[in-house]
Write a protein that binds this ligand. Structure first.
Ligand SMILES: [Zn+2]
Ligand SMILES: [Zn+2]
Length: 335
């Protein structure tokens, strides 16, 4: 029996009797990161990186949580388990599982570019690597973050000159924290949607150094929201919540903006190709660095990416999981 199996509840280690990012309630869940497609409600025990804990508690409520640091090891029924930085969002970790000399690594979501918040992605040698492939097509190539941020700041300045508010649509966990310093340096006043505020508060309470933000509430004076700089989750787009800002321009921060047409379809004024996932080259670099003899591909363009790996002489197969389902929507009703 393989050390890790793909079951109807999720990725299962029978020897250690635990699941990794299960999508149904189980007894023992090891969690790569706090996005809701990976960290689901209802399990009896959770193990995660210490930086994931405040967001897990925010999203799943009180529970039996234990935490580990990167490169720390715990033994579960003879199986060695350790966490390693994945560079995706705060606390995100790859999970290394070893039993009798056989090593598997579950990458969760990851990116290779260092964002100053999430830790630097660390390649881990293994026999079997389970990778995401959210952007597993050659058309996905990211520019360096600094260039994207420069463009974002120019766009906001132009909006200010035209007396428009700038509303940046970005996931409340990950992207919102990433773009915040770049926006904050413009006027020092960044307004946020309640979903972004909740995550921000949890992270600040846990000791993360983030620039201050102002929560938009029903009581916020509309006069103050003219020419405002605002971060809101993608689901707030076209909602009544947006109307309070008066004349505004909307910018979407997403890897999907790489594809022309997506921006038009979303009716946005600007698209910023910024992702918390690896691009095509990043995925290939990461896969090769593991030296894995078998690569399981999930989460995105798995058939294309898996086929390409096989053509390159890296044994690969695609697996179906429930990762990649929208990460954000349940928080959006909160204002
Ligand atoms: Zn994620
Ligand atoms: Zn994911």
């Amino acid at each position: 029996m393989p050390l890790l199996q793909f079951t109807e509840k999720g990725i299962y280690c029978a020897q250690g009797d635990f699941y990794i990012d299960p999508w149904q309630p189980v007894r023992y869940a090891v969690i790569t990161h706090a996005h809701s497609d990976h960290a689901r409600w209802g399990s009896q025990y959770y193990l995660c990186h210490s930086a994931s804990l405040p967001i897990l508690e925010l999203r799943l409520g009180p529970g039996n949580y234990s935490t580990m640091e990167w490169n720390e090891t715990t033994i579960m029924n003879g199986v060695k388990v350790s966490l390693h930085p994945a560079g995706h969002i705060i606390g995100s970790s790859q999970i290394r599982v070893e039993y009798k000399g056989e090593v598997w690594v579950v990458s969760g979501d990851y990116k290779l570019e260092h964002d100053g918040l999430s830790g630097t992605f660390e390649p881990v040698q293994c026999h079997n690597f389970i990778t995401e492939s959210t952007f597993g097509l050659p058309i996905y190539q990211w520019e360096p973050e600094a260039q994207i941020f420069e463009r974002m700041q120019r766009w906001v300045q132009q909006n200010l000159e035209k007396n428009l508010s700038s509303i940046l649509l970005a996931y409340s966990l990950g992207k919102a924290q990433r773009i915040l310093p770049c926006l904050h340096s413009i006027t020092g006043e960044v307004y946020v949607h309640g979903a972004v505020w909740n995550v921000h508060q949890a992270l600040v309470a846990a000791g993360h150094q983030l620039p201050e933000v102002i929560r938009v509430t029903p009581d916020t004076d509309p006069a103050r929201l003219k020419k405002a700089i605002v971060i809101a989750p993608p689901g707030a787009d076209d909602s009544p919540w947006m109307r309070r800002f008066g004349p505004h321009a909307t910018g979407i921060c997403s890897g999907w903006m790489q594809v022309r047409g997506n921006r038009r379809r979303r009716n946005a004024d600007a698209g910023f190709v910024l992702s918390d996932h690896a691009d095509w080259q990043g995925l290939l670099t990461a896969v090769k660095a593991t030296n894995a003899s078998t690569v399981y591909v999930t989460h995105g363009f798995q058939s294309a990416f898996s086929r390409y790996l096989n053509e390159q002489g890296i044994r690969s197969m695609e697996v179906q999981t429930r990762f990649g389902e929208e990460e954000e929507e349940q928080l959006i009703s909160q204002t």
